[in-house]
Design a protein around this ligand. Structure first.
Ligand SMILES: Cc1cc2nc3c(=O)[nH]c(=O)nc-3n(C[C@H](O)[C@H](O)[C@H](O)COP(=O)(O)OP(=O)(O)OC[C@H]3O[C@@H](n4cnc5c(N)ncnc54)[C@H](O)[C@@H]3O)c2cc1C
Length: 308
């Protein structure tokens, strides 16, 4: 099926200006590379989302929910299916009392900043994480000793049967960069975080310290997707293993292991998705040969080849 054929089918369920056939995924992912998606749709509320998902499932089309694409790489051959973006109502953030309620498509960093403005502490770590709340829940995103699972109160999700359910912390199966959303194709519709009252200056100082640390230690001037590999279970740091294997500055085509932070692969300008995946392979092989440690990718790779 072509992108336009899919768009025609979806136009029976969604306003045409929300349907975009043949979209370059380089524009929707922080690596700024990768092929086209057959079709990208923007949904503004749960009803639209349900209609789109019912339709794509009936037609047996592959689909994926994409947040800000800051942890995702799309292969050069593209994604042969429908990319769904959560817009409109899904972008809302509300801070009431000690609770921060966010739509699945809301900015996780903006939610952290709004909480800070209300003198709420516990979400400072979110301020430098560039993804959406949905992406953060799925990945149990974390930094500087904090993570989603520390502050989550409940998550509203859409099941594959189109049912809205509420998941409590013990049902979310959180682990290191892991949640139930890695196992089940549920959509994060809304999340509620529960924070504590804090001291305004302390909160702002924390945010400033974290952001300086990122500027000093991460290659924020070049397109990347954050940490490319998970830290191994034995407590070692993936970045240190990569550096000690002599891979700082290693490159394939336009993809390079950052010298500033070896667990970041950057797009130095002309990287294809294949360059990035080939470099991931090389890094994994060299680290395995040197330390007998198998690094597991932290990013999601979309496409047919499924090398990761
Ligand atoms: C410069 C930089 C710094 C970073 N620093 C950190 C860090 O400190 N800590 C950290 O943990 N991560 C970090 N990341 C990685 C990334 O920002 C996080 O993993 C983030 O949570 C991903 O969110 P996203 O919306 O961009 O997800 P995407 O990349 O869009 O999607 C990631 C996965 O989540 C799924 N997903 C997205 N939305 C939903 C939804 N609503 N329902 C169900 N599934 C969904 C997607 O299908 C995909 O499988 C960094 C990335 C960059 C570029």
């Amino acid at each position: 099926m072509t992108g336009q054929e899919i768009a025609d089918i979806l136009s029976e369920h969604l306003d045409e200006h929300c349907i975009h056939p043949d979209q370059p995924m380089s524009e929707y992912t922080s690596f700024r590379t990768g092929g086209n998606a057959l079709c990208l749709v923007e949904v503004n509320n749960v009803e639209e989302l349900r209609r789109v998902l019912t339709c794509v499932r009936k037609k047996f089309l592959p689909y994926v929910i994409l947040g800000n694409g800051t942890n995702t790489l799309v292969e050069d051959e593209g994604y042969n299916g429908v990319i769904v973006k959560l817009e409109g109502d899904f972008k809302k953030i509300d801070v009431t009392g000690y609770e921060v309620t966010c739509g699945g498509g809301a900015s996780f960093a903006a939610a952290g900043r709004q909480a800070a403005d209300m003198w709420l502490t516990g979400m400072e770590f979110a301020c430098g994480i560039p993804g959406t709340v949905g992406g953060a829940i799925r990945q149990n995103a974390g930094a500087f000793g904090g993570q989603v699972s520390d502050i989550i109160k409940r998550v509203k999700a859409l099941t594959t049967a189109g049912e809205e359910i509420v998941l409590r912390p013990h049902e979310l199966q959180f682990g290191y960069r892991h949640s139930i959303f890695c196992l089940k194709k549920y959509v994060v519709l809304e999340a509620v975080f529960e924070l504590k009252k804090g001291d305004k200056n302390e909160i702002n100082n924390k945010i400033e310290t974290y952001s300086k640390e990122r500027r000093d230690k991460q290659p924020l001037d070049l397109p990347n997707a954050g940490s490319i590999f998970k830290n191994p279970k034995d407590g070692s740091a993936a970045g240190k293993l990569i550096e000690d294997a002599g891979l700082a500055g290693e490159h394939i085509g336009g993809a390079m292991v950052s010298r500033k932070h070896c667990n970041f692969i950057v797009n130095a300008g002309t990287a294809t998705a294949t360059d990035i995946i080939d470099l991931m392979d090389k890094v994994r092989n060299d680290v395995y040969k040197t330390f007998a440690v198998r690094l597991e990718p932290e990013i999601t790779v979309l496409g047919q080849r499924k090398r990761y």
